[in-house]
Design a protein around this ligand. Structure first.
Ligand SMILES: Cc1cc2nc3c(=O)[nH]c(=O)nc-3n(C[C@H](O)[C@H](O)[C@H](O)COP(=O)(O)O)c2cc1C
Length: 173
């Protein structure tokens, strides 16, 4: 990591048992690690041990989660689409912090069935605007995600890395 590296927080939004989201996130995080200006922290909501309800007093996992958000300069949110929206686990995590999101760029890698997660992203743009975060235009989207990756976890479509590079460059900008 160079001294001038920006820290990219890669938020894994799905916590569903048997989820596909970690395949998508691991591929994207590996690609991001190759970017000379980025230092990557994968923040997996399934591992963050956030409380089931918003507690009146902070818990240690909640503090750790916020600290990791605070340490990040930019974010990439990896989100599936559930019933034309994004997962409740992601909303709960977003609402568990406030200033940690402020003034930071947020990009999206989305996936799903026929819609490729794009409707989830459009909703997330509204939420992040309220948090004084700035969403970047270009997204990486996987339609029919379960067919999009080979057995080594690499996207089968050769055009995908270029789209991801655009997203990463926008975040760095
Ligand atoms: C509860 C539920 C609702 C879903 N709704 C949609 C949907 O509205 N649009 C879509 O394209 N895919 C939908 N899907 C398909 C998921 O996006 C796809 O299965 C994806 O792998 C889910 O992410 P995950 O495996 O990381 O949890 C839905 C899946 C689940 C489990």
């Amino acid at each position: 990591m160079s001294e001038r590296a920006l820290r990219l927080g890669v938020i894994v939004g799905s916590t569903r048992e048997g989820r596909y989201g970690r395949t998508v996130a691991d591929w994207f995080a590996d690609l991001a690690r190759q970017h000379p200006e980025l230092d990557v922290d994968v923040i997996d909501l399934a591992e963050s041990r956030l409380p089931p309800v918003h507690p009146a007093q902070d818990t240690p996992p909640l503090r750790e989660f916020r600290d990791r958000l605070a340490a990040a300069d930019v974010f990439a949110v990896i989100t599936p689409e559930y019933n034309h929206g994004y997962p409740a686990s992601l909303k709960f995590a977003i609402d568990s912090a406030y200033q940690e999101w402020h003034t930071k760029p947020v990009g999206f890698v989305c996936y799903g069935g026929i819609s490729g997660g794009l409707r989830a992203v459009e909703q997330l743009r509204q939420v992040f605007a309220e948090l004084h975060a700035v969403t970047v235009r270009d997204t990486v989207s996987f339609h029919g995600v379960h067919e999009c990756f080979d057995e080594t976890g690499i996207p089968k479509d050769n055009a995908v890395p270029a789209a991801a590079k655009v997203l990463l460059d926008q975040l760095v900008w």
